[in-house]
Design a protein around this ligand. Sequence first.
Ligand SMILES: [Zn+2]
Length: 483
Amino acid sequence: MSVEVQIPVALAKHAGNQESLMLNGNSVREALDSLMKTYPTLKTHLLNEKGELRHFVNIYVNDQDIRHGEQMKTPLKAGDVLIIVPSIAGGSTIKTESTELSPKEIQRYSRHLIMPEVGLEGQKKLKAAKILCVGAGGLGSPLAMYLAAAGVGTLGIVEFDVVDYSNLQRQLLHDTDRVGKPKLQSAMDRLRAINPEVKLVGYETRLTSDNVLDIMKNYDIVIDGTDNFPTRYLVNDACVLLKKPNIYGSIFRFEGQASVFDSLKGPCYRCLYPEPPPPGLVPSCAEGGVLGILPGIIGTIQATEAIKIIIGKGETLVGRLLLFNALKMQFREMKLRKDDSCPICGKNPTITKLIDYEKFCGLTRGETSQVEEKKMDSSVEITATELKELWDKNKKLKVVDVRNPEEYEICRIEGASLIPLSEIGSRLGELNKNDQIVLHCHHGMRSLRALEVLKKAGFQNVKSLSGGIDAWSIEIDPSIPRY
Ligand SMILES: [Zn+2]
């Protein structure tokens, strides 16, 4: 019978430095005899003068201690795994044991184990690895599911959001019946179902300068699955300070990017983009939309890079920015250089500790996400209920929808006219400065930007609908679908 014998690190030097080898034997005794015949110096470590197993050596067959079975006569069948575990002082055996694969795991990962690039050694590295996934949304879904399935030993998930209907088009971690429930719990349940062997660690919190170093310090690799600039810079800076690789991915409509930022070997995110764009210039996915499959492609690329780094095989995306265009079905690659004057990973870094990332990105706290609640500014904003009252009193009130035409097609407030934010500057002639004007968008962010444009052009009597058409749907007209 061909069985696998796993040799502990402490004894490997007596077995040709092998930690695992295949032997023949119909019982534990036969297998050990065969092992000691090949490697005679092992004998004194395993057996006493009487030829009995030494007390400080335990033998397991498929995770079962043979002392509780037929001991040395324990029969073996093909494919069994015989594990030798000496009781060594200190904790070193724990690590050896924990990264050994159980027969169940060997079966589960068999398609990896038979690949020369992964093999048993690579799979053990995966089991020993600790990866932190920032976000369990579009990118986080495929990457966490594939990493769990692949047998990454410890997966940390940072997520504080709740599942929304509009997530389901791409965030496969979450089922329809989880809408309204915390994403973290939903993600953990799905990942546990995929692979119960993986240790899952959840952080139901927003990543901030105060907690990021504590959360990240225990992980080997960080994967950025976020969708906003403050967190992206925070993750980058924390990874540079902790000298950890940061696997980057971003998505918008039909296009995606991926890279590996590892300041020890190449550039960081700041070498590529030293500063974020001004708020509002780059639309978010919530604003501009994203093809549901796109995070599946980019997130899977991120997971692939993580696995390559762990098993130490292939060429990673360090120093390369991969660009993907789904409409053209084209991948392009840009070379990235480390910037010697980079403020965090350059020769004379000016950033030596974490900063206020919301401020750095030109945002006030709470403005990072479109759907987040923010304090209403009553000097320029109006609630849906107030707008309804005002409109009932003043039929001449001009309501302007500054969303995109695609959004106007989905739903509209009856009587509102459409002038998209991107066109409002050139279409001011369509508006009358003497009119009372209320601007609205989806959630109330773009209408505030449109309001600034109008104010600068001399419009005095303008307000923005707080919470946008979404608030109108909730407070005034539930027949308007929310999206
Ligand atoms: Zn840099």
